[in-house]
Structures are given as C-alpha cells and as structure tokens.
Design a protein around this ligand. Structure first.
Ligand SMILES: *[C@@H]1O[C@H](CO)[C@@H](O)[C@H](O)[C@H]1NC(C)=O
Ligand SMILES: *[C@@H]1O[C@H](CO)[C@@H](O)[C@H](O)[C@H]1NC(C)=O
Length: 337
C-alpha cells in the first residue's frame, strides 16, 4: 500500500531534513576536531603524494570537499613526476628538501610529485630508517641499480618511472630528474612546462651556456623530458644503455640518438648555480644571485646556502608571532642578497 501523497511528502521532508542535519553535524564535528585539516591536506598535495594519478583536480581530498564546492577547483592540465636522485644516507638533505617543498606556494592547475630516488638499500640501518621514512612520507622510489657517477642510475630511474606508471589512465606529461642540492620552485616549473609540447621535449639549463657547440645538453642540476622520452629509454637497447661517460652529457647523447632533440627549452637565467657576494667566484651565464622568478637554484651544498635561498623565497613568511620565540631576533641578522 502506497501512503497518501501528503503523507509521502512529509516523510520525504523529514528524511531530507534528517540527512542534512546529520551532514551538518558531521561537518561541524570535523571542523572542531580537525581545524587545520584543509590546510594540511593541501600542503601534502602540493609537495608529494604516493598515489599521484588518483586525483583529477587540486582539491579532491575528503577534507577539501566543502571548500572545493565553494571555490570550483580548476582542472589539472600538467602533470610532472620529479625524481630527486640522492643516496639513502642523505637524511638531513631530504629533511631540508621536504620542508622547503611543503612550505612552497602550491602549484596551480598542476600536479608536481616529488620523489626521492636511490639504488637498492644495502645497509641494515638504511633498511630500517628508510622504511620509516616511507611509512611517514610515502615519497621514496628505490630502483634496481648501484650507486655510481655514470649513467646507470639515470637509465634505471627513467625506465623505472616509465614502467611504473605505464598503465595509468592519467599519465604524467613530463618526467624530471634533479640533484639533492637543487631547489626547484614547483609552481614556476609547472608554469614553464604547461604550454610545452608533450613529445620530444627537453627542458633545463643548457650546458655549456652561451656557446654554439653541437653537443650542448641540460645541466645535471635538473632537467625534464616528455613522457615519450622516458618510454623510449625504458625500451632502448644495450648499446645506448652502456654508453659510458658523465651521466648528464650521456643523457643528451641518448636524446640525440633517439631523434628527439626537437623541442629544446633552455631556462636561462631562471635556472642557475647559487652565488652571493661573499663568494670569491665571478658571476657568469650559469651562476648569479637569486632572481624572483627562479625555476631552480643549484649548488646548495651547505645549510647556510639553503637558509639564504629559502629566506629569499620567503619560506619564513608564514612564521607567526608567539611568546615561544622572538621573531624579530630570528629574522634581523639574515643576509640580504
Ligand atoms: C636488478 O639488476 C640486476 C643487474 O642488472 C639484475 O641481474 C636483476 O635481475 C635485477 N633485479 C630485479 C628485481 O629486477
Ligand atoms: C617576498 O615577499 C616580499 C614581501 O611580501 C616581496 O616583496 C617579494 O617579492 C617576495 N619574494 C619573492 C621571491 O617572491
């Protein structure tokens, strides 16, 4: 038996009210219990994520749904996998990099996934400590290689990435490789790559700079290639894999052999080696002081260089006044470039 229509309407009204009230109550509880949830989720998304291709826009985390509905997130139109090639023992360096990337402004309409990459773990302590890092951060990629300065690790990295994500629906457009003494500004990188072709693309700082030599290649500080290049590396033959020499120059040779030296973008002067007035060296085409629209700074070999660089890019701007520390004292003695 169907209830009369007025009774049905009342029933429907009551059910709807109940659902809405439950939802609002849940939302309220969520906001009270996790007031910083939205912020935290966004930071995690901006720096790295262990399942990068699972979200189609910038605000799909559960905590972000209310905000997302209100602000209409823009669809992602560039996806980058950026591997920081480092070694297991570089714990402090990884801590600096993670801090720096988590405090950067979030890239807009872009996914830039930063992962720390090393060869097989062969020390007992690293197996334990790195396992803990993986649990806490989920941003480590271990590839099958041995630590050397030749191109074996570069080869292992690009082919591992190509194989790992080959079947994904939302594939990365670009794959990058960088050093652990380089600081990329991820939003600037995403903006630089957004309009670039999705094939035969090679982006970085041309080395040697200011030359007409045939054999220019992208400096090892960091370079990004289109997905087809990573795929090509993963399926290429032994002769190229065994090409000996300085890894980044070798990489340039691979690209030439692949016939993919087409869409080449040198990012001078927005990618450069660190320099400040206290250094005895001269400024040149690959080394100069910080610039505001930087894509990447390289040769951050010690804590002071990291500190000056991050200070220049306003990494400490978010520091709130508190009884717990003296902000003015923390900032007043900083060197200004
Ligand atoms: C790792 O690389 C070595 C040397 O190339 C190879 O013999 C071995 O089978 C590889 N291991 C895996 C798990 O792929
Ligand atoms: C840092 O912040 C200051 C003050 O808001 C601003 O003038 C400057 O352009 C910022 N620097 C960079 C590199 O964005």
């Amino acid at each position: 038996m169907e209830p009369p229509s007025s009774a049905r309407a009342i029933l429907l009204f009551r059910t709807t009210t109940l659902v809405i009230c439950s939802f609002l109550l849940l939302a309220l509880v969520h906001l009270v219990v996790f007031p910083n949830d939205l912020e935290l989720q966004e930071e995690v998304f901006a720096s790295s994520s262990s399942s990068p291709c699972s979200s189609s826009n910038g605000a799909t985390t559960s905590g972000g749904q209310l905000a997302a509905a209100a602000t209409q997130p823009q669809p992602v139109d560039v996806r980058v996998f950026l591997g920081v090639l480092t070694m297991p023992g570089m714990y402090e360096r990884r801590a600096h990099l993670r801090l720096a990337y988590s405090l950067q402004p979030r890239p807009v309409r872009a996914v830039v996934d930063v992962h720390y990459v090393f060869c097989n773990l062969d020390k007992e302590e690293d197996r334990v400590l790195v396992a803990m890092e993986i649990i806490a951060h989920g941003d480590i990629l271990v590839v099958n290689c041995t630590e050397t300065m030749d191109a074996a690790k570069t080869y292992a990295y690009f082919s591992a990435v190509a194989r790992l994500f080959a079947g994904d629906d939302e594939r990365y457009d670009f794959v990058g490789k960088t050093d652990d003494d380089t600081h990329y500004r991820l939003a600037a990188l995403a903006d630089a790559l957004r309009d670039k072709p999705r094939d035969s693309m090679y982006h970085g700082l041309l080395n040697p700079c200011h030359t007409t030599l045939e054999w220019q290649y992208m400096s090892g500080m960091g370079y990004v290639v289109s997905w087809d290049m990573a795929e090509w590396i993963a399926t290429t033959d032994e002769t190229i894999r065994n090409d000996q020499g300085w890894e980044d120059e070798v990489f340039g040779r691979w690209i030439r052999k692949a016939g993919k030296l087409k869409n080449v973008y040198g990012e001078e002067p927005r990618m450069y080696d660190y320099w400040d007035r206290e250094m005895p060296t001269e400024v040149n085409c690959f080394r100069h002081e910080h610039v505001a629209d930087t894509v990447a700074v390289h040769k951050l070999k010690d804590r002071l260089k990291w500190a000056r660089t991050l200070y220049f890019f306003n990494a400490t701007k978010g520091l709130k006044p508190s009884k717990m520390y003296d902000v003015d004292r923390l900032n007043s003695n900083m060197y200004r470039v």
